[in-house]
Write a protein of this length. Structure first.
Ligand code: UD1
Length: 350
């Protein structure tokens, strides 16, 4: 069987790693990179560090407005799908690359499977929400990471195409964590264990309005410990454009980290402050308290279990970050680290 994976943005490379591993020797796996992310630190480093084969095709689409970027991907993917004629197209998460691949597969009558199906923020301002809803409804097989995701799919009439496989990010996180426990790495800037916070900010709702971005930066700069701010290119560009200084107060600015370094930095931190979906969950799996600068989250289990607090208002951030530690939990809402095998079993059996 031939399975064609389409990836393009940073979080998708992380999810691809355990899938590519589980596919080895069981199916022919074609990897197509749209080129949505293209900087070494946003793309190539993940293939190197996570042992993923170089993509068979890279469309090098690059950045752009939603329509232009997604349209270029659609035009670029069509001949690739025609050439490879895969038994399954596998799409990941909720980026513009996900939606573009789902549209092309549907138009060509190719079966499409959506990994990380059923997540909902119910916030239609988010491009990711459009992408995931449209992709779920276009897909033939919905591979859900959690029981909550299964419920959302059932509410939308998609239960008969849905299967609970667990979360592949748990697979990759646990394997990298175990590697790090065997071979520890130093923390960036030589920051002491539990003596700093890790922060990331990249969502348009937080970066694009200068007053809001300035408020968030000031809240982080005023925290009680050093804040390792891993600056996405969008954050750097918009801060510069709006004349907002990042490097002051508690803030220590750093480029985005390769995945093993990110996991090491989070593992040894006192807490995470973020608007990233993946990082909320990674911090939870490492049992590091998180503050999420968004009005809602798709990963509701992290909030329900007390490890994640939503602080969308700028003046709520400091109080949330410095709250007392949450109670211990053994709950495993994101599976046990064997989701990728379950995904491949579904694709091969279906
Ligand atoms: C995309 C995804 C988002 C995901 C995020 C992870 C969509 C709609 N959004 O958002 O769901 O959480 O990836 O990072 O697909 N840029 C570079 N170098 C790169 C990539 C981007 O400089 O390698 C800059 C460009 O200025 C670009 C901007 O970052 O315009 C935004 O990149 P884009 O891929 O459009 O969206 P992200 O914000 O990264």
């Amino acid at each position: 069987m031939r399975i064609l994976s389409v990836v393009g943005a940073r979080p998708q490379f992380v999810k691809l790693a355990p899938i590519a591993g589980a596919m080895a020797g069981r199916a022919e796996h074609v990897i197509v990179h749209t080129g949505q992310h293209y900087d070494d630190l946003m793309s190539d480093v993940f293939f190197r560090d996570l042992g993923i084969a170089a993509p068979d095709v890279n469309l090098a689409v690059g950045s752009g407005k939603h329509g232009a970027q997604t349209g270029a991907m659609i035009a670029g993917l069509e001949p690739v799908f025609e050439k490879y004629a895969p038994d399954w197209v596998l799409v990941y998460g909720d980026t513009n690359s996900t939606l573009a691949a789902a549209v092309v597969a549907t138009k060509l009558h190719l079966r499409v499977a959506h990994l990380e199906a059923g997540l909902r923020s119910f916030n239609r301002r988010m491009p990711e929400e459009h992408n995931r809803v449209l992709t779920d409804h276009a897909s033939d097989l919905l591979l859900a990471p959690t029981a909550v995701a299964m419920e959302h799919l059932a509410h939308e009439g998609l239960a008969d195409r849905s299967v609970l496989v667990g979360d592949v990010m748990t697979d990759v996180l646990y394997s990298v964590r175990d590697r790090l426990l065997a071979e520890p790495r130093p923390t960036p800037f030589g920051l002491p264990t539990a003596g700093y916070y890790v922060a990331t900010i990249h969502r348009p709702d937080n970066t694009d309005d200068p007053a809001r971005l300035r408020g968030i930066v000031e809240a982080l700069a005023g925290l009680d410990r050093p804040v390792l701010l891993l600056a996405h290119p969008r954050l750097r560009a918009l801060a510069e454009q709006h004349g907002i200084r990042l490097d002051h107060g508690a803030l220590r600015i750093h480029e985005p980290l390769p995945y093993p370094e990110l996991v090491a930095a989070v593992m040894h931190s006192a807490g995470v402050v973020t608007d990233s979906g993946g990082l909320q969950k990674e911090a939870f799996l490492l049992r590091v308290p998180t503050t999420t600068i968004r009005p809602e989250t798709e990963w509701v289990e992290t909030v329900d279990l007390g490890w994640n607090v939503l602080a969308n208002a700028v003046d709520a951030i400091a109080g949330a970050v410095t709250r007392p530690s949450p109670p211990h939990t053994d709950a495993a809402p994101y599976g046990d680290g064997h989701a990728a095998q379950a995904v491949v079993n579904e694709l091969l059996g279906a």
